[in-house]
Every structure is written in structure tokens, then in C-alpha cells.
Design a protein around this ligand. Structure first.
Ligand SMILES: Nc1ncnc2c1ncn2[C@@H]1O[C@H](COP(=O)(O)OP(=O)(O)OP(=O)(O)O)[C@@H](O)[C@H]1O
Length: 737
């Protein structure tokens, strides 16, 4: 890998000298995972990444650097302080970026750093380390993101006809390691759509143009390298902030870290995002009061930055935050970017202080590109095309006013003024709708910048082919084994549903039904063969076949957004999630029927034998698990609660009617329904348990061995769950696709 030139030798020598220097100043110079990586060189400052790292550690870091400087005065100081020379060394000669305390410093950053004074670099690094150094130091790779002529169309259905709507019209741009790219534009201009396209979140056939990552197209292996903070906060409402971030750390961080290290990482993210005060507060949601909107947003960001992704995409990370917190968040993103990550964020109305943190800017209006380039050059570009503010204005405010066509405080070129007059007249006379300002700005961009920018985008990224391939085809590794994932997901599920889990409402519902049944069938005589006794048994079969279906239906549709998000980031195996989600509630599912049957047994005077009580419990348990399977299958295959409840009510009613109590002989052409009815099998088993030694038949039905019924219920338990599992496997991860 890499070229072997004389400069690479020099660079290597410098790297070694730096290693020595850092060693002598008590810093550990090794690969991120502690092993030797051949040509890949990583500096890991363990002292700094330790959880005990505090604000004065910055000073310690500076001391280390200064010690290194004085020990090796011949060393390139700019490179040493910023890690820049080494980055240049490795990226130029080895085709790799240099991993510095867990993040890479890319080629561009290095070149940029040459223009800065040593103090600037030191300041940059200080800021970066203070924000990001606490994140674990595994090696990351740079991602050069380019997008050329992105188009996106959707078909919208009207009352009578359907039409095609263009959401994005040929958007081009780029974001490289070390850069923070902001997507700006009015609401509905296509920012989220573009961000989704950049994150590979659309079916390729819906989208035109090309998005490349280190000159390679999107591949699913990139999932682990990309962090995506969605506009809607997708979090479990009943978990606390600390629990949320700790579970993310445990599930998403690599196996190379111990459980303790993962927990420490979660703790440092909490500290980093200023969430210490609310770390034990529940996240909350529509029905539960929890943390504030801004805190929730920060938890979402924490979930994504936890894994140290190479490319971080954020949709409105500062919405609903006060200006200071928003600035803090953007400052942190800026620091993460400077540490070698590629960051793209949509933003609504940044303050001027915030605006100056952006390296690049995309300005959109109605899906068209009005500007792509350096953020610092945006104002001069717009003034070059005749649009500049008449009063001192925040640049972001000016840009938004401009693209929204609010020209009150903006000087407008005479050509545009003339055009606007004609259009207004046309508007008045013919009721024509035309956005003349956007058209003007779009044309201006096309003629002034677009061609030049596209040429730049065509240039290959400064990385070796081999390194590019390493990024698109990394080894897929889970953070935990299947069993560990299962245990952790079960525990998380139980914690999230702890309020439901021991719900007194459910207990009251079951107990009151049992008492009413007991009173209605009070001490019914088993030898009297009264048909009412079979009525009681049939009701039990229906009761325990009804509620589980309607509870289970909600399971996957309710967790769809979370499942989709977590699967998108390869957090765990679907099978581990599925088994955990469908088994973690089973203990309660066993407790409730036991309670129920104890009451009914004694009150209704059912057969008082330990064996028959145990068999009745087992029968009801099988019925519950089979009914849950049906609910899970319907919910997972439809993923729509309205449709699912409608289908489930029809199915459950049919199963009940075919359950052997109301209709004794079912016509042969629909006899199969009876065999699919868990009510039927449960009823038959309950009857068998109660009457086995007393009579040969009940209500004209022969009493046989219950093996057939048990097998049928077990087949349903497995079959319905398989349907649910494969439906989830097929589930599209994003509703937009
Ligand atoms: N699947 C779709 N079907 C129909 N219209 C869509 C679809 N997806 C996006 N749109 C429309 O495309 C436009 C751009 O949407 P997008 O969410 O990207 O805007 P935005 O700039 O992110 O807005 P905001 O800042 O309000 O979040 C909107 O008018 C939206 O209604």
C-alpha cells in the first residue's frame, strides 16, 4: 500500500521521531487498538481519553506537546502540535490519514494547517481534544463525500390523477474530511431529502445523479461508518438519558472494548453534551413528561457520535435549542470535523456566530441549488451577482431573505428589478405563478460557479485505491455476540416497558374477570354435565386468545422507527432483537394466567387436582403464546395499526366462531379454519383436562388424547413467529423509500 518515495522515508523518520517524542512525554504511541498495523500509524493518547480527563487535562496535553518539542527541536513543530505533518506524511506517502486520539486528520486539514500559525493549530487541537478526545481511539477512515447532479422525483396522487413532483433538481457539492457542510434553505426546499440521499437512504431507482464516498458508490458496509441524526427524535420514552446512551455504547461499540470502557464512553458523551444534570431523567414522549426538547436532541446526537463515525449527517440538530446551546452543538460539530470527520448538517436559521463555524455551504430553494461553495465566500458571491444587504445583517438571515424572495432590505440588480416588474404585471393580469428571484439566482449560480465546481468534483480523491476499498468493504463485526445482544435487548425491553410490565391495570383486569366468572359459575358441579361448564371453558379459551393478539399487534409497528434506525446502523442482529422482543414479556404472560386460574378454579369448583391445574395453566399458556404469534405476524406484515387491528378483529372473530362451541359441525370447505383456530385447540384441551376420567364425550365431541391439539398450538407458535420475523426482514428501513 502507498508509494515508496524518498519523501515517504523522511516522513516515516518524522513519524518515528514523533513516536519517540510522545513516548518520552508519557504518551502512548501505538495503533488505536493497541496492536501494530504496519504502515498505519495511530497515536493514542490514553491519558487524555481516560474518563478522568478533566478541563486541566488540556494543560497537561499542552505540556506533553511542549515537552516533546523541547526534546526534539528538529521536529516539524507545526506537524507535531497539530498532528498535521504526520497526517500529511501518512496521507501522502501511505495513502492513509493519521489517527490522532481517535480521529483522523485529513489531507485538506494538513494543507490548511500550513497556513495557520503554530498557535492557531494548537488552539484548534485544544478545541478538538477538549470536545472529542474523550471518545475512544479506534482508527477511523476519512470519507470524501461528493454528490453530482442529484435529482429526486416523487409521484403525488391527487383526487383524480397523479403527477410527478420534482423535489431536487440537479444538486452538486461535496464535503471532505475536516469540513462542516451546512445545507440551508427555507422550509420545504429539499434539505432533508438531500441529506437522506447523501446517507444512502433512498432506493437507487428513485434518485438521479451520483453520490460517492471516496469515489465509490454507496454500499451497505458504509452503515457502520455513517452516523445519521434524524429530524424526529427516535428514542425510547421510558429509558433515562444515561440508560439510552449506555445501551447504545454497549450495543454499538466494537468488541475490542470492555463493558467498562463502553460505559465510560457513554459517560464521557453525557459530559460532553452537557447532559449530566438530566442523566437520570426519563426521555419522555407524548404521554410521559421527560427531558426538554433540546436535551432530547442532544441525546440523539450523542447516540450517533458515540461510535466515532467517519461521516456524520444531522438533520436540524439545533432546532428547538437556545442560541447558546445551539452554538455549543455547532462548535462541537466543528471540532469533530476538524478532527478529520466529514459532517453535513441541515440548519434553519443560524446565528452569525454559528454561521462562521461552517466550512462549506449549500443554499437550496424549491429543490434548486442557489449556491455551493465556501461559507466564508457566500456573501461576496451574492454581492458579485448584485444582491447584497442594505443594512448590517447576519449572513444567514440575509441568505434566507434572499432565497425566500423577501427583498426589503436587499439591493437587487437592475436586470432582476426589471424582470420582477414584468412578472408582477403578468401575475396581476394572468394570475401566473412564477418565482423570479429563485430563477435569477439559479441561473446566476449555473453561469458563474456550477461548471467550475463540477470540474473540481470530478477530480479523484487523494486516497489510494486500496484505502478506498477498505472504507467501502470493512469487515462486518458485531459489537457483541448473539447471546449478549439478546440479553442486553431483553433487559432494555424490560426497562422500557417496566411501567407496563407490572401494570396494576392488567392485573386488575384479569382478576376482576376471574372473579366475575367464578361468581357466575359458582361451584358448578362437574358430574352434572351441565353445558354451562363447557361455556366457562370456552370463555377461558376465548379470553386468553383475544387480548394477547391485540397487545402483540402493536409490538412492531410501535417500534418500527427505532428498529429501522438501529438496523440502519447495524446495531444488532435482527434475530437477536426479534427473540428478545418476543420472549422478554413471557414471565408475566405466565403469572397472569396462573392468578386467573387459581381464582376461577376455586370459585367455579373446577377439578381440584394438581395435575389438572398444571395442565390447564399449560394449555392457557400455549394459547397465549400462539395468539401473540398471530398478533406479531399481522402487525409485522402490515406495519399499519389501523389495517392490522381490522384484520385481527376479523381473524379473531372467525377463530372464535369456529372454536367448537357455537358450531359443532363446520362445513367441509371451511373446515380448515377450525384447525387454524387456537380457540378450538385450547377449548378441546381444557375440556379434556376437566372431563378425562369422567366421560367419553362432552357436547357430542369425542375426548381423545390431546397430542394433536398441542402439536397444532406449537406449530402456530413457531409458524406465526416465522411469518413475523420474515416480514421484519423484508421491511423497508425507511418510509421514504
Ligand atoms: N415522498 C414525498 N412525497 C411528496 N412530497 C414530498 C415527499 N418527500 C418530500 N416531499 C416534499 O418535498 C419538499 C422538500 O421536503 P424536505 O423535507 O426535504 O424539505 P426541508 O427543506 O427539509 O424542509 P424543513 O426545513 O421544513 O424540514 C417538501 O415540499 C415536501 O413536502
Amino acid at each position: 500500500m502507498g508509494t515508496s518515495s524518498s519523501s515517504s522515508g523522511l516522513v516515516k523518520a518524522k513519524s518515528e521521531t514523533l513516536a519517540e517524542a510522545l513516548k518520552s512525554s508519557s504518551l502512548d504511541f501505538s495503533n488505536g487498538d493497541g496492536s501494530s498495523h504496519g504502515s498505519k500509524q495511530h497515536v493514542r493518547a490514553r491519558t487524555l481519553s481516560s474518563p478522568s480527563y478533566s478541563s486541566n487535562s488540556k494543560n497537561r496535553w499542552n505540556t506533553h506537546i511542549r515537552k516533546a518539542k523541547s526534546a526534539h527541536p528538529a521536529l516539524d513543530l507545526a506537524g507535531l502540535t497539530g498532528g498535521a505533518a504526520l497526517s500529511r506524511a501518512s496521507s501522502a506517502s501511505l495513502g492513509l490519514s493519521f489517527s490522532f486520539t481517535g480521529f483522523t486528520v485529513p489531507h485538506e486539514e494538513i494543507i490548511a494547517s500550513e497556513r495557520c500559525s503554530n498557535d492557531d493549530i494548537l488552539e484548534d487541537i485544544e478545541a478538538a481534544t477538549s470536545s472529542v478526545v474523550k471518545f475512544q481511539a479506534e482508527p477511523t477512515f476519512p470519507i470524501y463525500l461528493k454528490f453530482i447532479d442529484i435529482t429526486y422525483k416523487v409521484t403525488t396522487k391527487g383526487m383524480t390523477s397523479s403527477s410527478e413532483k420534482s423535489i431536487l433538481n440537479g444538486i452538486s457539492g461535496s464535503a471532505y474530511p475536516g469540513e462542516l457542510l451546512a445545507l440551508m434553505g427555507p422550509s420545504g426546499s429539499g434539505k432533508t431529502t438531500l441529506l437522506n440521499a447523501l446517507g444512502g437512504r433512498f432506493n437507487q431507482q428513485n434518485i438521479g445523479g451520483s453520490v460517492s464516498y471516496n469515489d465509490k458508490p454507496y454500499s451497505k458496509h458504509l452503515k457502520t461508518r455513517i452516523g445519521f441524526v434524524t429530524q424526529d427524535d427516535v428514542l425510547f420514552p421510558h429509558l433515562t438519558v444515561k440508560e439510552t446512551l449506555t445501551y447504545t455504547a454497549l450495543l454499538r461499540l466494537p468488541k475490542t472494548l470492555t463493558e467498562q470502557e463502553k460505559e465510560q464512553r457513554a459517560a464521557s458523551v453525557i459530559q460532553e453534551l452537557g447532559l449530566e444534570r438530566c442523566q437520570d431523567t426519563m426521555i419522555g414522549g407524548s404521554f410521559v413528561r421527560g427531558v426538554s426538547g433540546g436535551e432530547r436532541k442532544r441525546v440523539c446526537i450523542g447516540n450517533e457520535i458515540m461510535t466515532n463515525p467517519s461521516l456524520l449527517l444531522l438533520d436540524e440538530p439545533t432546532s428547538s435549542l437556545d442560541s447558546t446551546t445551539a452554538l455549543k452543538i455547532v462548535q462541537m460539530l466543528h471540532c469533530i470535523a476538524k478532527a478529520g470527520k466529514t459532517i453535513v448538517t441541515t440548519i434553519h436559521q443560524p446565528s452569525s456566530r454559528l454561521f462562521h463555524r461552517f466550512d462549506k455551504l449549500v443554499v437550496l430553494s424549491r429543490g434548486s441549488l442557489l449556491y455551493f461553495g465556501k461559507a466564508s465566500e457566500a456573501m461576496s458571491y451574492f454581492s458579485s451577482i448584485g444582491c447584497s444587504p442594505l443594512l448590517a445583517m447576519n449572513p444567514a438571515e440575509f441568505l434566507l431573505d434572499l432565497v425566500n424572495g423577501n427583498m426589503n432590505d436587499i439591493s437587487v440588480p437592475s436586470a432582476l428589478k426589471e424582470k420582477m416588474k414584468i412578472i408582477r404585471l403578468e401575475l396581476y393580469v394572468r394570475n401566473v405563478k412564477c418565482d423570479v428571484e429563485t430563477q435569477y439566482l439559479e441561473e446566476a449560480y449555473k453561469t458563474q460557479i456550477a461548471v467550475m465546481e463540477k470540474m473540481k468534483l470530478m477530480a479523484p480523491v487523494p486516497l489510494d485505491e486500496e484505502v478506498k476499498l477498505m472504507i467501502t468493504c470493512p469487515k462486518r463485526e458485531w459489537g457483541l455476540s448473539w447471546w449478549e445482544q439478546y440479553c442486553l435487548l431483553s433487559l432494555r425491553g424490560i426497562k422500557e416497558r417496566r411501567h407496563d410490565y407490572f401494570s396494576w391495570l392488567r392485573v386488575t383486569q384479569v382478576l376482576s374477570t376471574a372473579i366475575i366468572l367464578g361468581l357466575l359459575w359458582w361451584q358448578s358441579d362437574i358430574t352434572s354435565q351441565r353445558p354451562t361448564r363447557s361455556g366457562l371453558l370456552f370463555f377461558i379459551a376465548v379470553f386468553w386468545g383475544f387480548f394477547p393478539v391485540f397487545t402483540a399487534i402493536f409490538t412492531f409497528p410501535q417500534e418500527r422507527a427505532m428498529l429501522s434506525k438501529e438496523r440502519e446502523s447495524n446495531m444488532y442482529r435482527l434475530s437477536a432483537y426479534f427473540v428478545a422482543r418476543t420472549t422478554s414479556d413471557l414471565p408475566l404472560d405466565l403469572i397472569l394466567p396462573v392468578l386467573f386460574l387459581v381464582v376461577v378454579y376455586f370459585m367455579a369448583g373446577l377439578r381440584l387436582r394438581a395435575e389438572s391445574f398444571f395442565l390447564s395453566v399449560l394449555t392457557v399458556f400455549l394459547c397465549i403464546v400462539a395468539a401473540q404469534g398471530l398478533g406479531l405476524a399481522i402487525g409485522a406484515s402490515l406495519m399499519d395499526l389501523k389495517k392490522a387491528t381490522t384484520l385481527a378483529s376479523v381473524t379473531v372473530m372467525t377463530f372464535m366462531l369456529a372454536g367448537g362451541y357455537f358450531v359443532k359441525k363446520v362445513p367441509f370447505f371451511i373446515a380448515w379454519i377450525r384447525f387454524m383456530s387456537f380457540n378450538y385447540h385450547t377449548y378441546k384441551l381444557l375440556v379434556k383436562v376437566q372431563y378425562e376420567e369422567i366421560m367419553e364425550s362432552v357436547n357430542g365431541e369425542e375426548i381423545e388424547s390431546g397430542l394433536k391439539e398441542v402439536s397444532a398450538l406449537v406449530a402456530m407458535i413457531i409458524g406465526y413467529r416465522l411469518v413475523a420475523y420474515f416480514s421484519l426482514r423484508r421491511m423497508k428501513l425507511h418510509s421514504s423509500t
